[in-house]
Write a protein that binds this ligand. Structure first.
Ligand SMILES: Nc1ncnc2c1ncn2[C@@H]1O[C@H](COP(=O)(O)OP(=O)(O)OP(=O)(O)O)[C@@H](O)[C@H]1O
Ligand SMILES: [Mg+2]
Length: 241
């Protein structure tokens, strides 16, 4: 094992649960759900960290309204800044929110580096906002984070579900725990998604309706917590907690 990889094990050793919010498809609400899940768990008295692993399109900082001022503190590693009492780590600390043209091996290296340098300390939950698809990042996390669990997000669309199914199959084959699936941006009730995942033995966590008033709250965590979207998330949070 590479030295940095053994450091990762130590860095994550005081974290009770590591939950990746992922999807086979882009734009389905992973970042929103990862960020709001972190906010809600913190409000319920847990010690929470949030790691934005979307190296090309980081967006958790936008949802949480985090304007980084200066580099995070360093002390034998990097101590994540706190946003609404959540320990927050993102590539934006290093890329200054400029486009990051990473490729293949770069991505794996950056992920290893991020995991190896971040001092999370003790946490009840580390939520990981995953990039879209089933690329290097997903495989790296599965390899490097031994006890990770997945929440998979889809929209009520056959197109999204086509790609999401592939991720669910890969996770099942690799015997990675899947907490369940969230159906997001629902406009009309339908059993399409529920029926498809029943066959796959994946747990349906719940649905979140499309919330047309959400956008004005983005960047303002206190406002986000009052939205209908959060109300919907609240209804099944106990299945995750
Ligand atoms: N339930 C919802 N109601 C209304 N808008 C939503 C809802 N869920 C997500 N959105 C909006 O949809 C857009 C995409 O969400 P988000 O960025 O979280 O998706 P993502 O899956 O992380 O995308 P990417 O694959 O690019 O990382 C955002 O503008 C977000 O605010
Ligand atoms: Mg995202």
């Amino acid at each position: 094992m590479e030295v940095r990889e053994s450091v990762i094990e130590k860095r994550l050793s005081n974290i009770n649960r590591i939950i990746c919010v992922a999807s086979g498809k882009g734009g389905v609400g992973k970042s929103l759900i990862a960020s709001t899940l972190a906010l809600k768990l913190e409000k319920r008295g847990h010690k929470v960290g949030l790691l934005d692993l979307d190296l090309y399109g980081p967006s958790s900082h936008i949802i949480l309204g985090f304007n980084r001022k200066g580099f995070p503190d360093e002390n034998k590693g990097i101590i994540p800044s706190k946003v609404d009492n959540i320990k927050f780590m993102s590539i934006i600390y290093f890329s200054d929110d400029k486009p990051s043209p990473f490729r293949g091996i770069d991505i794996s290296n950056i992920i290893v580096e991020l995991l190896a340098i971040t001092q999370w300390g003790s946490l009840d939950y580390l939520i990981i906002d995953m990039p879209p698809g089933i690329g290097d990042e997903t495989l790296d996390i599965i390899r490097l984070v031994k006890n990770c669990e997945f929440i998979v997000v889809t929209t009520p669309s056959k197109v999204a579900m086509g790609a999401v199914k592939k991720l669910l199959l890969i996770l099942s084959e690799l015997k990675i725990p899947i907490i369940g699936l969230i159906e997001n941006m629902v406009i009309e009730n339908s059993n399409l998604i529920k029926n498809q995942i029943k066959i796959m033995n994946v747990h349906y966590l719940g649905s979140i309706l499309f919330d047309k008033n959400l956008e004005i709250s983005i960047g303002k965590p206190k406002e986000i917590l009052k939205t209908d979207m959060i109300n919907d998330l609240d209804k099944f949070l106990n299945k995750i907690e």
